[in-house]
Design a protein around this ligand. Structure first.
Ligand code: ACO
Length: 327
């Protein structure tokens, strides 16, 4: 099984219809369009309808990816959803999605590695298929971050959006996945977290009154660590691939802040025009950011078959990762 080539066979994505602009946010909290654009690069983000859950967005993105791959959902044997905003604690959003797609029988689970979740899931799917025990995987990143955003906190509410991205992963005629490098450091968990609603602080009137069901973030420290971890992960993935940075057609970073992306580009010595940017119209969609950006660039022809790309992420945990992939 060692010579089995595994890669991304097709992608799909979905963004909800409602656009939330910086001007809209100016009416909600004490902020300005200028501050948001200068400090983050975000102009608009999409917000899901009240009746639209993470699995609904995941289903749209998944149908598009499966359609492009020409794969019947019944032929999936592995379905992973990377998310920090599952429909509910259990059953997994992957099981809910399986029911929606009719992919009965496939092994299903959710993976939580915050903003690095889709890369973690992709790495796991690669291993599962390369090992020969699975054939066709659907790897989804889907988030309804608007559901865990404190809309009264200007430090966080300007940053996030909703959406989903998916990839069909399977055997490919030549190597798709080239290298991977994942890591985490749990000592930094409290810099980016959601304290309420779990077994530590079960939902109660007190947790709701304390706004504990919303994301909390120490932005400045997260920023510094994100630049350092993403830079070294990208460099390590390129090194493990036996490639040079100038052989990489495109870098697809997690979309947390355009200044983080620029700092990473500078640190690894790559011109910023080789970094894919969707944060201007998507905001930060955690685990869905990278698959949405990838699908956007494949769909509009910016990325073509045979292009080598580096996907690189950083998120709560802290978690991070980078993968070199040939499309
Ligand atoms: N509008 C206007 N002013 C604001 C806003 C806002 N929306 N938000 C904060 N400010 C103010 C602050 O109150 C502060 O004012 P003060 O100096 O009077 O106290 C000032 O702006 C500067 O605040 P900083 O926090 O220093 O701003 P910074 O330049 O660090 O930008 C930001 C903040 C955008 C959050 C940045 O730190 C960042 O992007 N951090 C990383 C985010 C990230 O990578 N997250 C990881 C992934 S997310 C996930 O895993 C779910």
């Amino acid at each position: 099984m060692a010579d089995r080539h595994v890669g991304i066979r097709a992608t799909g994505s979905y963004l909800p219809e409602r656009v939330l602009s910086n001007a809209d946010l100016e009416r909600m909290v004490d902020t300005t369009d200028q501050w948001i654009v200068e400090r983050t690069g975000i102009r608009t983000r999409r917000i899901a309808r009240d009746d639209e859950a993470t699995s609904d967005m995941a289903a749209e993105a998944s149908r598009r990816a499966l359609g492009r791959a020409g794969l019947d959902p019944k032929d999936l044997d592995l379905l992973v959803v990377a998310t920090v905003t599952p429909d509910m604690p259990f059953p997994s959003t992957a099981c809910v999605l399986q029911e929606r797609l009719g992919a009965f029988g496939a092994a299903c689970f959710d993976l939580n590695a915050a903003c690095s979740g889709w890369l973690y899931s992709l790495d796991m799917a690669w291993g599962a298929i390369a090992g020969g025990r699975y054939r066709n995987a659907l790897v989804v990143g889907a988030e309804k971050l608007s559901a865990i955003t404190d809309w009264e906190d200007r430090n966080t509410c300007v940053l996030f959006g909703d959406g989903a991205g998916a990839a069909v992963v399977g055997e490919t005629p030549r190597p798709g996945f080239i290298s991977s490098c994942l890591g985490a450091d749990g000592r930094w968990g409290r810099l980016l977290y959601l304290p309420g609603g779990g077994s530590r602080h079960p939902a109660s009137h007190a947790t709701v009154d304390g706004r504990m069901h919303y994301m909390k973030m120490e932005g400045k420290e997260v920023f510094k660590q994100a630049v350092a971890a993403m830079s070294s992960a990208a460099e390590e993935a390129i090194r493990r691939a036996g490639m040079r940075a100038d052989e990489i057609a495109c870098f697809i970073p997690h979309q947390a802040n355009v200044r983080i992306m620029k700092a990473v580009a500078k640190r690894i010595g790559v011109p910023f025009d080789r970094f894919l940017v969707t944060i201007d119209h998507c905001g930060n969609i955690s685990a869905a950011s990278i698959p949405i950006a990838l699908d956007e660039a494949v769909s509009d022809g910016r990325l073509k078959e045979g292009d080598a790309v580096v996907l690189v992420a950083f998120g709560g945990g802290f978690t991070w990762g980078a993968m070199a992939v040939r499309l």
